[in-house]
Design a protein around this ligand. Structure first.
Ligand code: GDP
Ligand code: MG
Length: 426
């Protein structure tokens, strides 16, 4: 059984905690793309954890966590994450964490290159998290990267690194005018963190084939939502990899398998990190009120997030691109302070009413067309059934469910593990 749990919009849909919740019934959680440029927040009895690289199933001792070939891994960051979790009492061994031998290593010079390029762009910057993700994916397609499996062949690794460093310095030194990167420093970094991580490295595709053959239930998780997909997102303000569910079997190393279910995570309002078009954006006091109510500050970076009303145009597109079968609606409680709740039902693109998510220049100039729903103005954190929710909240859920055309089966009403409602299928 293969299930993907994916974000419907710009990311940070509150998805770390939904995976933690849904992975109760699953045996394996696989991350299939991305690096440590985004963060997922999971809270449980051991504390509050921000996971950048390690799959969210790590907090459940019986779950096996796989980091797939589609990922890019900053080994130093990963070692830090393992140390933090271990210090908090989470047991991490090669039995519950497996790293693909095909996963690409995000090197210190990728981070450097990311920073140099963002600085060069100045005001035109992409809003990168400066963690090396775009350069390392670029190099993957240029076929000039080191994979985790390469760590096992030190002589071949050194030879390959000699060539890569020589090539990389053409950019670092000659194009950016920065000090050269040093082969020995990069090799020492590979050795230091590689030695710690090597025991976790294996052919994860084979592992997953075997797990499936034994009837195990597997969850795929991505970081960032549909609108950050390199092909279908708001290019160039996207991630550098495919975030959508259809890529999951590839990024996990089992391309011959099909997904049984795609579970979309959709927030009751919008948030967006970094640059790029964000049609529903609120500003000033209105934005601050929503940002503070939802604690919308970056989990990985602490940056204040851009926030806005629920965007039915973008979300409907996200549902389509993800191929979502059902949805979890998160952070509904955050809207409890609003008298009237705005929902963007269409865009105005140069005077034309548009309901299909536009791209490029048409998206850049789009203006939101709002409808307003009655607020409920009370605490809904204790509600555990749909019937207990105020009628305005039920109306809000039903309305956006209809707009995006996909059943909402879970509604979360708080950050704690039990603060959610299972909705009956209708
Ligand atoms: P992710 O990357 O999709 O996991 O999302 P974030 O990085 O934004 O983390 C989500 C934040 O929202 C975390 O602080 C969660 O504890 C919190 N959260 C998740 N679900 C809910 C909810 O239903 N209500 C509230 N108030 N907070 C939530
Ligand atoms: Mg996040």
């Amino acid at each position: 059984m293969l299930t993907a749990i994916v974000g419907i919009s710009w990311g940070d849909e509150g998805w770390g905690r939904m995976v933690d919740l849904i992975s109760r019934d699953y045996d394996v959680v696989v991350r299939y793309q991305g690096g440590n440029n985004a963060g997922h927040t999971v809270i449980n009895h051991l504390g509050k954890f921000i996971l950048n690289l390690i799959p969210s199933g790590i907090l459940r001792p019986e779950v096996v966590n796989v980091m797939g070939n589609g990922m890019v891994i900053d080994m130093k960051h990963l070692v830090g994450e393992i140390e933090k979790l271990t210090a908090a009492g989470v047991k991490i061994t090669p039995d519950n964490l497996k790293i693909s031998d095909r996963a690409v290593i995000c090197m210190p010079y990728h981070v450097l290159q990311d920073c140099l390029e963002e600085d060069r762009l100045g005001d035109a910057k992409y809003g990168s998290t400066r963690r090396g993700i775009a350069p390392v994916y670029g190099d993957k397609y240029l076929k000039k990267v080191i994979t985790m499996g390469d760590l096992f062949f030190p002589e071949a690794l050194r030879k390959r690194m000699e060539g890569i460093v020589e090539w990389k310095n053409l950019f670092i030194e000659k194009a950016y005018g920065n000090a050269k990167i040093d082969l020995e420093e990069e090799m020492a970094w590979l050795q230091k963190y590689g030695d710690i991580l090597k025991p976790f490295v294996c052919d994860t595709g084979l592992y997953l084939e075997d797990a499936l053959a034994h009837g195990k239930k597997i969850i795929f998780e991505a970081q960032l939502g549909a609108l950050r997909d390199i092909d279908f997102g708001i290019n160039p303000y996207t991630s550098s990899s495919n975030t959508i569910a259809a890529y999951a079997p590839i990024g996990a190393g089992i391309p011959r398998h099909k997904l049984d279910k795609v579970f979309g995570i959709m927030k009751a309002f919008s948030s967006c990190v970094g640059e790029g078009p964000f049609t529903v954006e609120m500003f000033g006091d209105e934005a601050k009120a929503l940002r503070d109510a939802g604690a919308e500050y970056g989990a990985a970076t602490g940056r204040p997030r851009r926030v806005g009303a629920f965007d039915a145009v973008a979300s409907r597109y996200g549902v389509r691109m993800q191929g979502a079968d059902e949805l979890a609606l998160t952070k509904l409680d955050v809207l409890s302070y609003m008298d009237k709740i705005p929902v963007c039902v269409a865009y105005d693109v140069n005077g034309e009413r548009v309901e299909d998510f536009p791209r490029g220049e048409r998206l850049r100039v789009a203006k939101p067309i709002f409808e307003y729903f009655d607020g409920w103005k009370c605490d809904i954190g204790k509600c555990r059934t749909e019937e207990e929710l105020p009628k305005q909240a039920r109306a809000y859920i039903a309305a956006i469910e209809k707009m995006v055309g996909c059943p909402i089966t879970y509604v979360s009403v708080g950050a704690e593990r039990d603060e959610y409602i299972v909705r009956k299928a209708r």
